[in-house]
Write a protein that binds this ligand. Sequence first.
Ligand code: PLP
Length: 371
Amino acid sequence: MSKSFFPPQRTLMGPGPSDVSPRVLAALSRPTIGHLDPEFIGLMDDIKGLLQAAFKTGNELTLPVSAPGSAGMEAVFSNLLEAGDKVIVCQNGVFGGRMQENVERCGATAIMVQDDWGLPVDPDKLEQALVSNPDAVAVAFVHAETSTGVRSDAQALCALARQFDCLAIVDAVTSLAGIELCVDDWGIDAVYSGTQKCLSCVPGLSPVSFSERAITRIRNRRQRVQSWFLDMNLIMDYWGGDSKRSYHHTAPVNAMYALHESLLMVQEEGLEAAWARHDHHHQAFVAGIEALGLSLIVSPDARLPQLNAVEIPPGIDEAAVRRHLLQSWNLEIGAGLGSLATKVWRIGLMGHAANQQNVLLCLSALGSTLQ
Ligand code: PLP
């Protein structure tokens, strides 16, 4: 007979999910109420306001999609693109490749701008692609590439998109609440994120936000959005400001309590203070990593504080190290992805988990394992 599942008490320092704060877990266990209960509708309003603050936007269409980050990605592309559209996709890691998949599955064409993994997206290459493709309707890129630990200059890339009259689509799954992200000031038209990274919330929700320009495009589509579940025209009736709050799908009520609590924690700390905390603990972590004789693959100016890609020294069985950390230290770090598999460990300092205790734990665990 199967038994109830009691997970081990791990410290999560991989690429996500990150450690969920006990406050968020406590919120998750509160009694479930109906998703159209007036109290829940009040909570939805509050979540929307808190998300707008976290994204630094006044966008009316800001909400958590009831599914993980990949669904937020799919929601953005499937609503904004139609068959025959051309989109410039900048790729410098795994998740830019997923953007390409999404574009192509919408029947659109992806013009790829490639940069080496470990480097940020090069604005000059984007500009050349924009000049060569005056019929492109959008530019898409990943702000924080979780597969490599690289931050791209979202502000510069969005400015170029705007200059060439393209919509700017940004993957902020790993950046939201971890590094500076200013949706309105930078002119982002559509952004999606995840709850399991720097929000320290449970996985399974994807905050998204659309500008007025993006909404106009969605409302004026020639074809219906292929996905019923992700069609923002329908979701607007459930989440929109003056909406009827009419039934669309059964919201994951308890996950929303969790998201609300995690957003409250961001508000209480202050967004800028949260960015600074990530940076502070990242600097300490890097100093420790270098003292262990290890190094990061990304140059200091493009490093993500919340995701550190540490080069694996020659002769090390990287999977055995991760296994040992998990079994003996209850500590999870991440393996490399794609072309960086077996070349790096990905060590996250995300959200609630970006703290001194975790920095010291990881450095001692790694140091003693590698001795
Ligand atoms: N985009 C980026 C940059 C990510 O790091 C991830 C997940 O790690 C995703 C998209 C997909 O999110 P999810 O795994 O929640 O579907």
